[in-house]
Design a protein around this ligand. Structure first.
Ligand code: NAG
Ligand code: NAG
Ligand code: NAG
Length: 293
């Protein structure tokens, strides 16, 4: 539970931190960004020296030859005619001209893609007395909201995470933040994205959340769904209503059949029948004499 407090839920952090490459001892700056957002890769000479008349070169590691991201040579660069930029970065990378005089060679990458993730170097090959290379690791995250549904009748809760990166841990939590046992229905990777679907059975009515956690980027996102209180009773009510309806219908049908056979609610006993027929005779007698006279 303590660990949970470290997570900043429901928001995506763009953060950078310094770590040290184990083998070389050179600092590596890690920058984390959400897919489609712009990102600044930092690179600054701490001497504050003006680099307008210098050369700096940004490359992406991991391929041979390495990809050319952004090169600046004494005012010439990839956005004003200098050739050699890798296709992946065309029209997406810019530098900060106003910052050059402070030794700042940072670049901005527009609309980051998953394929942009990896290690970059910012190189000052002509710097005297010695060259300098900065290492920047870019982590690009995709963190879609889990899509939650109740599968009818069974109280089954389904959660689908459609294409997260890096790989998420997906769990169903009850209202006490306890993890429920769940069944993995899908767990596949496609072009660097992870598609995960899990199902669990709601033990009782209440609200449950599906939590998708990406440890590497300190990101957590969740979606909630509530199982209604009377889901068990509603079936009973439906059955009760149907049975009641049938009984009522049967009674109405029975009554109309009895009516059709000549029975009447008033003709309960033979006495009553005689009495009423006597009455009608009286009426007849009463009405007839005036006609006869
Ligand atoms: C370099 O410039 C960028 C863009 O303006 C800025 O974000 C960054 O803080 C600057 N770096 C330093 C060390 O001043
Ligand atoms: C980037 O470099 C770090 C060490 O500096 C390494 O651990 C990591 O695997 C590298 N990342 C990629 C995508 O090559
Ligand atoms: C569950 O975790 C959330 C943060 O993720 C917290 O706000 C909430 O208080 C927790 N609930 C319980 C019952 O621990």
């Amino acid at each position: 539970m303590e660990l949970l407090l470290l997570f900043l839920s429901f928001c995506f952090l763009t953060l950078s931190r310094l770590t040290f490459g184990a083998e070389s001892g050179t600092p590596v700056t890690t920058v984390t960004v959400k897919e489609d957002d712009d990102v600044i890769l930092p690179c600054s000479l701490d001497t504050n020296v003006n680099i307008e008349k210098m050369l700096f070169d940004w490359k992406k590691e991991g391929t041979v030859p390495q990809k050319e991201v952004f090169m600046y040579v004494e005012g010439k660069h990839y956005n004003n005619g200098l050739p050699g930029q890798d296709e992946q970065f065309r029209d997406r990378v810019s530098h900060f001209p106003e910052e050059l005089k402070y030794g700042n060679a940072s670049i901005r990458i527009k609309q980051t893609r998953l394929e942009d993730k990896g290690n970059y170097t910012c190189d000052f090959p002509r710097l005297q007395p010695e060259t300098k290379i900065f290492h920047i690791e870019l982590v690009v995250g995709a963190a879609p909201e889990p899509y939650v549904t109740i599968l009818k009748d069974k109280g089954l809760l389904q959660c689908k995470v459609p294409g997260a990166s890096p790989k998420p841990t997906v769990e169903w939590w009850d209202s006490d933040n306890k993890t429920l046992p769940s069944k993995m229905l899908q767990d596949k990777a496609e072009q660097g994205r992870f598609y995960v679907t899990i199902q669990t059975t709601a033990p009782k009515p209440g609200c449950y959340q599906c939590v998708s956690t990406q440890m590497e980027i300190w990101h957590r996102i969740s979606s909630e769904i509530c199982v209604p209180e009377v889901s068990g009773f509603s079936a009973v009510w439906v059955i009760a209503t149907v049975v009641f309806g049938l009984v009522l219908f049967g009674a109405v049908v029975l009554l109309s059949i009895l009516k059709a056979k000549g029975y009447n609610c008033n003709k309960g006993t033979p006495e009553a029948t005689n009495h009423s027929s006597n009455e009608s005779q009286h009426l007849n007698q009463a009405s007839k004499p005036p006609l006869n006279e």
